[in-house]
Write a protein that binds this ligand. Structure first.
Ligand SMILES: Cc1cc2nc3c(=O)[nH]c(=O)nc-3n(C[C@H](O)[C@H](O)[C@H](O)COP(=O)(O)OP(=O)(O)OC[C@H]3O[C@@H](n4cnc5c(N)ncnc54)[C@H](O)[C@@H]3O)c2cc1C
Length: 386
């Protein structure tokens, strides 16, 4: 089997490294962060593919990494229930899944502080340290701002969707008892004019799944015309993809809280106005015409970055890795044979997911056709609920 260099050690890169090592590849992950990626992001809805590694290859029960909810519930402005459906979901936090995946990979296969500054067509990587390494296959899992994509496909640029996600978490201990009761066993939505907001419980910072000891995660999709104004942080720096916790300017946070108090159902407003450091992720569409380039391939957000409405971003990243391993096995380890077939399947998956998410997002944020309880809103990688 080929030697593999994985560029980027987040959920996509880690999953790819694990499944490729499992089929006999000699794998090393190069992650630019100098320390283990602990403080990243907030909640994620978890689909089977995201935790497939644990289900199929370990004794770890995926349910031990995820909070669960029973209900999908839509509230109106007054807090009344406009739609409710018994449909279980799993949620986790980026940190929880990351820690669990990282623990599965032998330490010598995961190199922190290794920014990849150049990738040559023959599989030679140059690291920020000046070191050069060679691999038979280079898997680029370097995320939405992928330098590998920019180099291989300079014509592909992110398309701004017209809206951002304001996000944050709050310990369940800080909720009023009635609010906790309303939110703790559901994903709770509210549909507003050209917008929607959702709330769900995720594991606590220590991984606790016990109701009352978890975090409440909130995501509010808001249309933003003057993106540069929002994305200019409190130090005056213009950011492209996200404003991490603490970076948004006070005037923007004040406006968010005032709008939450005015527009949101009381239980959702209670969460949003109390989140100490709300943060922003800009929602982009990125579509690539190719994922394989010689002995290199793009996976996860480095290839297709899709809007989050099907909650399938990490599942797609994981699926790219699993399918790559399967294609290599089928090709007897021959990279040149494996990649074209793999690319054909994963391009189709990425295009379909991009289209579905765009439709859901536009129905909410542009056309006002986003209906509580619509079957299309059920999370899924390959279709609603699938
Ligand atoms: C608002 C919002 C909500 C979301 N909700 C969900 C959800 O509920 N469920 C879900 O599954 N997904 C969700 N997603 C999507 C999900 O976050 C992404 O799809 C997923 O994180 C992509 O993983 P990745 O490994 O491809 O990239 P990333 O997580 O972006 O990781 C890229 C890694 O590469 C590293 N890197 C970058 N450049 C270099 C370099 N030159 N050298 C070395 N390392 C490098 C970075 O440090 C980083 O660790 C959401 C996204 C958004 C914006």
């Amino acid at each position: 089997m080929p030697s593999v260099a994985v560029v980027g050690g987040s959920l996509g890169g880690l999953t790819a490294a694990l499944v490729l090592a499992d089929v006999g590849c000699d794998v090393t992950v190069y992650e630019r962060s100098a320390s283990a990626l602990e403080a990243r992001g907030a909640g994620i809805a978890v689909l089977d593919e995201t935790v497939r590694w644990f289900a199929e290859r370990t004794d770890t029960d995926p349910d031990k990494l995820c909070s669960t909810t029973r209900w999908i519930r839509f509230l109106d402005r007054s807090g009344g229930v406009v739609h409710e459906r018994d449909h279980p979901y799993r949620f986790s936090s980026w940190n929880t899944i990351y820690r669990a995946l990282l623990a599965e990979l032998p330490a010598h296969r995961y190199r922190l502080g290794c920014e990849v500054t150049d990738i040559a067509g023959d599989g030679v990587l140059t690291l920020g340290t000046g070191e050069r390494v060679r691999a038979d296959l280079v898997v680029c899992a370097d995320g939405i701002g992928s330098a590998a994509r920019a180099r291989l496909l300079p014509e592909v640029t992110p398309t701004y969707s017209g809206y951002v996600a304001w996000r944050g978490t709050l310990p369940e201990t800080e909720l009023r008892p009635a609010t906790f009761d309303r939110l703790s066993d559901a994903i709770t939505y509210q549909v507003l004019a050209d917008s929607h907001v959702l709330v769900y419980p995720i594991p606590g910072p220590d991984g606790s799944l016990e109701p009352g000891k978890r975090l409440t995660n909130v995501v509010w999709y808001r249309n933003v015309t003057d993106l540069d104004a929002l994305m200019t942080d409190r130090t005056g720096t213009l950011r492209q993809v996200s404003l991490p916790p603490g970076a948004a300017r006070d005037d923007e946070v004040r406006r968010l809280r005032a709008d939450a108090a005015e527009l949101l159902a009381p239980v959702i407003a209670e969460v949003l106005t109390a989140v100490p450091e709300p943060f922003v992720q800009v929602v982009y569409d990125i579509e690539v015409p190719r994922m394989a380039h010689g002995r290199m391939c793009l996976i996860g957000d480095a290839a297709f970055a899709v809007r989050p409405h099907a909650a399938a971003g990490t599942a797609k990243a994981a699926a790219d890795g699993w399918e790559l391993a399967a294609s290599l096995v089928a090709a007897g380890g021959d990279v040149d044979v494996a990649l074209p077939e793999w690319e054909r399947r994963q391009l189709a998956l990425g295009r379909d997911l991009l289209r579905r998410n765009r439709e859901i997002g536009d129905a909410s944020q542009r056309y006002g056709t986003f209906v509580p309880g619509d079957e299309k809103l059920i999370f899924g990688l390959r279709g609603p609920g699938r």
